[in-house]
Design a protein around this ligand. Structure first.
Ligand code: PLP
Length: 430
């Protein structure tokens, strides 16, 4: 196999992000040209990949009452939000900052869902003022405080309780959220009592039920199990006289980073809807909160090889992107495919490299034992970098955050300028 053919097999978002005439293209735009125009590291997103991923969910829900709330913590860049909002999505938020971003992106407040275990009173007030669609509440004290805040404003907060179905999502422990020993949600066994408590509070209006069992889920069975457990609860809650307008089934569907084969969103929902139908809930309003599966494979991060540092045990390829830009390898030992932007012809030069950044941490690596033919000055693309990269980035080592470009066909727009040192220093004083 030539190095070009090898690289092509590693690309997770073909045909939208693919080689043409030996050049990596994002839709109709050359990645090398973008790097020349805007510098590196540079995040580039394909709008076609985003809308294609969304379309799979939309197909899955055809003819149903469903609201797709993009979980914006995956990537909260305004232009990304706007793309999903214009395509009809609501947004799942987890902070007051995300609420502000969501509103600036033009979302209808009624299509905003507020998740998270630690909402402050101030955040609750902001969300109530904005008139969001629902608070996904995760504990009894949160119910009490939210009721108090809403009642003080003369309002009733729409709530759904996030229940913990205690199923194993079979994913990385840091991104599994639906098991007992987990900070998220209300234990399955306590859910009924929590619903009774919520229904009796003056500042709340119980509207739904919610669960979210984890992230990067690549199997169908945890979803089916969780659906059964949630519907058992819905049966019990409604038997107790509390009606639920909607069922929110969270997010968590995985993507292909390195040969994973998660179910397609429409195939998964075909199975879940069959279960809902069989149990008599097929016409209930549905909400979902997908993040990674909508944006993960739409993004790449372009980076330049700074130095080659061959060694006795390891060859290090030092690039200008780092753990502050792409924190997932350091955080979860995550795999991102790394491919050359212009693959070299000569196969003989392929060597094994640990691709690392310049940050002063041994954890600052982007890929290990990667087979690459590379020289200093070459451009590389870190794939599957749309989700939980830019939104998790930091200024560690006083590195400015990367710039971001959104591509639509043969048009490319800079949607976030590179952060300068001045930007970083602006809030400080001596
Ligand atoms: C993070 C999160 C999501 C999105 O998860 P993905 O794995 O990115 O789809 C949805 N709902 C809640 C409550 C979350 O915390």
């Amino acid at each position: 196999m030539s190095s070009l053919e090898q690289a092509r097999t590693d690309l997770p978002a073909r045909p939208f992000i693919d080689y043409r005439d030996g050049q990596l293209m994002v839709e109709g735009v050359s990645a090398a040209e973008l790097a020349r125009a805007h510098g590196t590291p540079l995040f580039v997103y394909s709008q076609a990949v985003m809308l294609d991923a969304l379309a799979a969910y939309q197909r899955g829900f055809a003819g149903r009452q469903a609201l797709i709330c993009y979980a914006m913590k995956a990537n909260s860049t305004l232009a990304v939000l706007r793309t999903f909002v214009q395509a009809g999505c609501g947004l799942d938020i987890v902070s007051g900052g995300e609420l502000e971003r969501a509103l600036r992106a033009g979302v209808e407040p009624a299509k905003v869902i507020f998740s998270g275990v630690g909402k402050t009173r101030a955040e609750m007030r902001l969300a109530l003022e904005a008139g969001i669609g629902c608070f996904n509440v995760e504990s009894l004290p949160e119910l009490d405080v939210l009721s108090e805040v809403a009642a003080d404003m003369g309002l009733r907060a729409p709530v759904s309780l996030r229940v913990n179905p205690d199923v194993d999502a079979k994913t990385h422990p840091y991104i599994s959220t639906g098991l007992k020993g987990n900070k998220f949600g209300i234990a399955h066994t306590d859910a009924l009592a929590a619903y009774r408590h919520a229904a009796a509070l003056p500042g709340l209006k119980v509207t739904g039920i919610d669960c979210h069992i984890g992230s990067q889920i690549t199997e169908t069975s945890p979803y089916l199990d969780a659906m059964d457990r949630v519907l058992d609860l819905v049966d019990a809650i409604e038997a107790g006289g509390i009606t639920l307008e909607h069922i929110d089934f969270g997010g968590g569907l995985g993507i292909n980073y390195h040969g994973e084969t998660p179910p397609a969103a429409d195939a998964l929902w075909q199975l879940l809807l069959a279960k809902l139908d069989a149990r008599g809930y097929g016409q209930r309003k549905l909400v979902i909160e997908p993040g990674r599966s909508l944006i993960g494979n739409a993004g790449i991060c372009l980076t330049e090889a700074v130095f080659l540092k061959p060694g006795e045990q390891k060859n290090f390829l030092i690039v200008d992107a780092a753990m502050n830009d792409l924190p997932r390898p350091a955080m979860y030992e995550a795999y991102h495919a790394i491919v050359p932007v212009q693959p070299r012809e000569a196969n003989g030069e392929i060597q094994s490299w640990d691709v690392v950044g310049p940050v002063c941490e041994s954890g600052d690596w982007l890929g290990r034992d990667r087979q690459l033919a590379v020289q200093a000055g070459d451009l590389l693309a870190v794939c599957s970098a749309g989700a939980y990269c830019m939104s998790m980035s930091s200024n560690y080592n006083s590195r400015g955050r990367a710039a971001e470009v959104l591509v639509d066909g043969d048009q490319a727009r800079l949607v976030r300028a590179r952060e300068s040192v001045e930007d970083q220093l602006r809030l400080e004083s001596i």
